[in-house]
Design a protein around this ligand. Structure first.
Ligand code: ARG
Length: 460
């Protein structure tokens, strides 16, 4: 094995197993684009400040561009002996252009380099995640519009509670995703701070120009403390927190989807192309996508816990523990993007069983609140009306009927305030229509929500 790039003070080369253990190339190679862009900006700044010659800069920039092409074409062999993406690229550059390559790392440490690459990578991926959030939001809006007249039971305690519009239910997830989108916006701000120029931990003796690099790489601001610059992993913890909350939302949607397509609920039918069968039971059609998304939520939450725990006891500044930031966030990025993408497809392919949902709100007592509200509107205090409605439900259960099956006489035995309009007042359509308070489930309010959702998507 050849000597490591930092091998000067060592009299032995690194043990092979240790070498493999400490290498990060197998996962950090995905930051090659950021590493090269960062090095080009750094070399340009070094020349501008007279730290290297323009000739060396030109050689470095051309060499790096060549390496970028090679990696993109799959013509670059990554070596575990070179530990990480930073040294793989630098070594290859020096092999190709000679001495000038050895000048690239002037006034820089891998500690601020790795921080720079990760900031840039996370920043880019936040935008990609937000695109997928939007795509799922669009799928929800399209489906809510397609089934805008469908009434379903709303639940509390997983017991039928009050009739609601199916579109109202879907748009609740739209709201969650809007907050997720905004959370990632916040993470972006914290990823948009440039660490380069911090050196290993204390800055550098060279007359560098950090503002120049900041502009080259389009960063909003610069870390004002070099120790903080190389030690900060807040933006990674924040990304994982935002990703965990997002996955929790998808997991709740998954749980509902799984329930809805069970024979017990039978509210929706998933597209055959989005389900799988059983190797033994010929009749099975399983909602694997939803189950997997629910399952993967645990993984993303796990990455958040791992990162919090890793950083928790670390003294300043860089410690190798921090290399553990990457696998978790890379996996979280992949998982979140993939989960959002498959979910948008699943929602778009979902067929809603309007008749089954309608039956579910007709053959139950989810209109009991409306019965009470009817009496209140005729002058009865709500507490008393609640008791009368409860009595009506009790009587119906005894007789094996529903509220809408009661005769006007039966109603009037409970209260003389009941009139012929009671049947109409407790129909599922009326129950929905009358919940016209701001943010309620009425056709009008849901229409307003849909408008607002579309406006938001147009603005994002
Ligand atoms: N591969 C390392 C990482 O991902 C790069 C930084 C190494 N710095 C050091 N002093 N060993 O964190």
């Amino acid at each position: 094995m050849s000597k490591a790039m930092w091998g000067g003070r060592f009299s032995k080369s690194t043990d092979e197993m240790i070498n493999e253990f400490q290498a990060s190339i197998n996962f950090d190679k995905r930051m090659y684009h950021e590493d090269i862009a960062g090095s080009i900006a750094h070399a340009t700044m070094l020349a501008k400040c007279g730290i290297i010659t323009d000739e060396d800069r030109d050689k470095i920039v051309a060499g790096l561009k060549d390496i970028l092409q090679k990696i993109e074409k799959g013509n670059f062999e990554f070596s575990v002996d070179l530990e990480d993406i930073h040294m793989n690229i630098e070594k290859r550059l020096t092999d190709a252009i000679g001495e000038a390559g050895g000048r690239l790392h002037t006034a820089r440490s891998r500690n601020d380099q790795v921080a720079l690459d990760t900031h840039m990578y996370v920043r880019r991926e936040i935008v990609a995640v937000q695109k997928e959030i939007e795509n799922l939001q669009r799928a929800l809006v399209e489906t809510a519009e397609k089934y805008s007249d469908v009434i379903m039971p709303g639940y509390t305690h997983l017991q039928r509670a009050q009739p609601i519009l199916f579109s109202h239910h879907l748009l609740a997830y739209f709201g969650m995703l809007s907050r997720d989108f905004a959370r990632f916006e916040g993470v972006y701000k914290r990823a948009d701070i440039m660490p380069l120029g911090a050196g290993a931990l204390a800055g550098t003796t060279f007359p560098i120009d950090r503002e120049f690099v900041q502009k080259q790489l389009n960063f909003d601001s610069i870390y004002t403390n070099s120790l903080d610059a190389v030690s900060d992993r807040d933006y990674i913890m924040e990304f994982l927190a935002a990703a965990s909350i997002l996955m929790v939302h998808l997991s709740r949607l998954s749980e509902e989807t799984i329930l809805w397509c069970s024979r017990e609920f039978h509210f929706v039918e998933l597209d055959d192309a989005h389900c799988t069968g059983s190797s033994m039971m010929p009749q099975k059609k399983n909602p694997d996508v939803s189950e997997l998304v629910r399952g993967k939520t645990g993984r993303v939450i796990g990455h958040l816990m791992a990162m919090l725990t890793t950083v928790k006891g670390l003294p300043l500044a860089y410690n190798k523990d921090l290399q553990e930031d990457k696998e978790g966030i890379f996996d979280a990025i992949d998982t979140v993007k993939f989960s959002l993408a498959v979910y948008a497809q699943l929602i778009r392919g979902m067929k809603v069983r309007k008749d089954v949902m309608k039956k579910a709100v007709t053959e139950d007592f989810s209109n009991a609140t409306d019965l009470a509200d009817y009496l209140v509107k005729k002058g009865m205090p709500f507490r008393k009306a609640h008791a009368v409605s409860g009595q009506a439900v009790h009587d119906c259960i005894e007789k094996g009927i529903y509220l809408e099956d009661m005769s006007l006489e039966d109603f009037q035995k409970l209260s003389p305030l009941f009139g012929a309009d009671i049947k109409e007042a407790i129909s599922p359509e009326t129950c929905v229509k009358n919940r016209n308070s701001l943010g309620g489930t009425s056709y009008k309010q849901v229409e307003l929500q849909l408008h607002a959702a579309k406006d938001l998507l147009a603005a994002e």
